[in-house]
Design a protein around this ligand. Structure first.
Ligand SMILES: *[C@@H]1O[C@H](CO)[C@@H](O)[C@H](O)[C@H]1NC(C)=O
Ligand SMILES: *[C@@H]1O[C@H](CO)[C@@H](O)[C@H](O)[C@H]1NC(C)=O
Ligand SMILES: *[C@@H]1O[C@H](CO)[C@@H](O)[C@H](O)[C@H]1NC(C)=O
Ligand SMILES: *[C@@H]1O[C@H](CO)[C@@H](O)[C@H](O)[C@H]1NC(C)=O
Ligand SMILES: *[C@@H]1O[C@H](CO)[C@@H](O)[C@H](O)[C@H]1NC(C)=O
Length: 336
């Protein structure tokens, strides 16, 4: 587990039932940016920094000094991500404590001076903050009526609480959502929720709680065997690997997959007999057909555990490398 300078307020439980989650991609090949560059969030909302390739940070600064750490501010520390990583990127989470502006920068090399800055609730001051970072005149903040300068990223990734209105669902087609799934916990041999519906492009973030579980792709036909061993079409399938969590743990690692298509995704925990006890998970199971989640789980319970704990990783399988870097950075910060 990474250590952070400010562990004042860990938001561990998804009290976030009604809170929004904002995914912010940090870096990536040839990209010195946070995407989006700012978000407008409410108290209790969660900002997830998803660290992509290279070696960046999410470090709190101030409007006056964009490229200097704020005293007592939060800091993810450097999160190096190898070029070979394709999934399971490390994530640092920030729970928004209030609606005041929070200023963030990357403290790697001259990234900040190149404009790699981010803000929560900047109002209309983001471009002034960014130009102060790049050495431009900070001057007076522009008024909100001024046109957005080029390179200004508008808040397209805003994830709002699903509203029961038709207009809300039509706007959600252009955004992606992250679905949070709790894995295990004291006396809990299940994923919660165990079956979800997701759009292509959405992510599913598994938060590993107590004991020692996995989330491993399987198939409807063989719920308790890794997809890599049962596939007839050469799919490798994802596998988080075992993620042991101490009984006294108070911070939890997360591991994320992306929903690439509309096909159902089937998965299980390959620890001991967890699968045959019903510890299975699905995305986009067709509830109206025979291959629904309940049928999948029933099949798992009727199956004898096969080769649990001994998944064989093919030579073209990079999951092992991905898993090593998938352990998550949890930031908690009190926003100033
Ligand atoms: C990440 O960057 C920091 C600061 O430049 C450096 O100390 C660290 O060695 C880098 N890590 C990797 C794996 O490149
Ligand atoms: C989506 O595609 C990526 C890249 O090919 C892969 O690593 C990931 O496992 C896929 N997601 C699922 C749910 O299979
Ligand atoms: C987690 O479970 C795996 C498989 O049973 C085992 O190899 C590993 O040692 C366990 N880790 C811990 C820390 O208990
Ligand atoms: C959890 O327990 C272990 C072993 O008993 C101990 O070393 C560790 O410091 C404890 N961690 C916390 C966060 O209390
Ligand atoms: C999950 O599975 C249960 C039982 O099959 C079903 O009633 C429910 O509609 C499913 N939920 C989703 C989101 O698919």
């Amino acid at each position: 587990m990474r250590s952070f300078t400010n562990l004042a307020a860990l938001a561990l439980l998804p009290a976030a039932a009604y809170a929004a989650t904002f995914d912010v991609v940090v870096g990536g090949p040839g990209i010195l940016k946070y995407n989006p560059e700012f978000v407008t969030a409410a108290q209790g909302d969660v900002v997830r920094f998803i660290f992509k390739q290279k070696n960046h940070t999410a470090t709190q600064s101030t409007f006056a000094n964009p490229c200097q750490p704020a005293q007592g501010g939060f800091d993810s520390g450097f999160v190096p991500v190898a070029d070979s990583v394709v999934d399971g990127f490390p994530v640092a989470e920030l729970t928004v404590q209030n609606t005041d502006p929070t200023w963030v920068y990357c403290k790697q090399g001259n990234h900040c001076q190149q404009g790699m800055v981010f803000a929560v609730n900047p109002g209309d001051r983001f471009s002034a903050f960014q130009s102060a970072a790049t050495g431009g005149a900070a001057s007076t903040p522009p008024t909100s009526s001024s046109a957005a300068p080029s390179g200004f990223v508008t808040v397209t990734a805003t994830v709002t609480v699903p509203a029961p209105s038709a207009s809300a669902s039509s706007t959600s087609t252009s955004t992606t959502n992250d679905h949070r799934v709790i894995v295990g916990g004291p006396g809990r041999l299940f994923y919660e929720p165990a079956n979800i519906t997701a759009q292509v492009g959405d992510t599913v973030t598994f938060e590993f709680r107590q004991k020692n579980h996995t989330v491993t792709a399987s198939s409807f036909a063989q719920p308790c065997s890794p997809l890599s061993q049962t596939t007839t079409t050469g799919e490798v399938g994802f596998d988080s690997g075992f993620i042991p969590v101490a009984d006294n743990a108070t911070t939890f690692s997360t591991w994320t997959i992306r929903v690439n298509d509309t096909k159902p995704i089937w998965a299980y925990c390959r620890q001991g007999n967890h699968c045959t006890q019903g510890m299975v998970f699905s995305v986009n199971a067709v509830e109206s057909g025979p291959n629904n989640f309940a049928a999948f789980q029933a099949k798992a319970k009727g199956q004898t555990a096969a080769g649990n704990g001994a998944i064989s990783l093919g030579s073209n399988n990079v999951r092992g490398a991905g898993i090593a870097t998938a352990l998550v950075a949890l930031i908690a910060g009190v926003l100033l």
